[in-house]
Design a protein around this ligand. Structure first.
Ligand code: SF4
Length: 258
């Protein structure tokens, strides 16, 4: 089931990089003008407060009867072990037959790619998740795709497209009914862009894109990851995101935390 996507508003992060309730662009710019926040990105607009805000994890909504997908086969694009934890559990609760797919040529350097991949492999074995692996590290393809589009947001849309396009192609070739991605759990990723691109590439390959707001399980995913002793990375993946994580004045956009 595809749910309506909310209209984009200004993103607000606290000092720790936690995503807060979005606000109007006018209010976000006023916070910057008042010296209470830094401008992180202009398009889409994002600001980062100078203070931390404690946000208690939301109570899971009581579901009288969660949708039952009747064990239909779904191919889950997996970006890393921590994001897979809650995502796999939730998709199984929704009665999808879930198998995983690894295709993340954005992750830099190669040693980091391998470290994340190995932790995914270990976790998949632990929870009985069948995995399919892109046999190649398509770094050159990724760099060519984003060349000239290095700003945060612009490059991310191309990054999502490359990974979801391959997921959809793999799903169609293997007879899966639907695809989705663990990226939907991260408050640092653009859900609206993920849905738009996911639906486009899925439709092009004759499969469905399944959307659920997995972010409600973000805190639980970090707990499960610590419990499973999974590697938890400090930056999103590409070389730009590593730079931005270490240098808040990096000219490519934001300073993401995960
Ligand atoms: S910040 Fe993350 S989503 Fe954006 S391009 Fe880099 S790796 Fe991809």
């Amino acid at each position: 089931m595809v749910r309506p996507i909310p209209a984009p508003r200004a993103t607000v992060l606290d000092a720790e990089g936690r995503r807060l309730s979005p606000t109007t662009p006018e209010r976000a710019l006023a916070l910057v003008a008042e010296g209470r926040a830094d401008l992180v990105a202009k398009d889409p607009l994002a600001v980062r407060l100078h203070r931390s805000v404690h946000v208690p994890p939301p109570e899971p909504a009581a579901e009288e009867s969660p949708p039952d997908h009747g064990d239909a086969p779904l191919l889950l694009h997996v970006c890393c072990g921590p994001c897979a934890t809650y995502s796999v559990r939730r998709l199984r609760e929704l009665r999808w037959h879930v198998e995983g797919y690894w295709c993340n040529p954005n992750i830099h350097p190669f040693s980091e790619h391998e470290r994340r991949r190995e932790h995914v492999a270990g976790y998949a074995e632990r929870v009985g998740l069948p995995m399919h692996w892109d046999p190649e590290y398509r770094l050159v393809e990724f760099l060519r795709a984003i060349a000239g589009h290095e700003r945060y947001g612009e490059r991310c849309a191309l990054c999502y497209r490359m990974r979801l396009e391959r997921t959809a192609a793999e799903a169609a070739a293997r007879g899966f009914q639907a695809i989705t991605t663990t990226l939907l759990i991260s408050p640092y990723q653009d859900q609206a862009a993920l849905c738009r691109i996911g639906e486009e590439v899925a439709a092009a390959h004759g499969v469905a894109f399944f959307y659920e707001n997995l972010r409600r399980g973000y805190a639980e995913s970090r707990r499960l990851a610590r419990e499973a002793d999974l590697y938890m990375q400090r930056y999103c993946g590409c070389l730009f995101s590593e730079w931005e994580a270490l240098d808040r004045d990096a000219p490519t956009g934001r300073r993401p935390s995960g």
